[in-house]
Design a protein around this ligand. Sequence first.
Ligand code: AKG
Ligand code: FE2
Length: 215
Amino acid sequence: MQNDLFDSPASEPMQFSSAGFLLKQWLLPQATQLIDEVRNCVRLSPLRHFTTPGGKSMSVLSSNCGHYGWVADRQGYRYQRTDPITQKPWPEMPPQLAAKARQAATLCGFQGFAPDVCLINVYRPGAAMGLHQDKDEADFSQPIVSFSFGLPVTFLWGNTTRGGSPQRIELQHSDVLVWGGEDRLRYHGVAKLADGQHPATGNVRINLTFRMAQS
Ligand SMILES: O=C(O)CCC(=O)C(=O)O
Ligand SMILES: [Fe+2]
């Protein structure tokens, strides 16, 4: 499914897997405002490098907004209501962000998506995310909605088990990925971010991952 105009947001999702969809440049009209909302959130709950249970520092910088936040430390991966840095609840999820995530899910056939967490990931050049499954949520019947802003990156789409060579999906500023159903537990990740500059974000890529942590 091709856009008529290269620079206009997709009106229809591009299906890259049985229950995986890409909405090209779908957030372009709202991108500046949505990025501003994210900046407000990270003023309240700062970006940080989480440490994995294995003791490694993640290359991506992360924070959260919403009722829950995803955290990692020596004890494991989990969702919690408070930010371990500020000891306060995570900032509220900006309604405009939640509304766009819900609308994207609906467009891809997932009705009634009500995310209670938005994980904010900021990638600097050289940062990457290895193949993993999103499986810390209570209910896998809910999809995942993922926004990309700023520098382009290659998204890696694997299988439901480890191994095999992943499909490579090029993500640009304002693209949205939605996956769920039988693809909900697909391994996925992102390749190392290349150096660059983007008018909307400078030298970073911002990823927002919306999920329903609790059913
Ligand atoms: O940055 C991305 O596009 C993927 C992020 C991701 O998979 C995660 O945070 O679980
Ligand atoms: Fe993930």
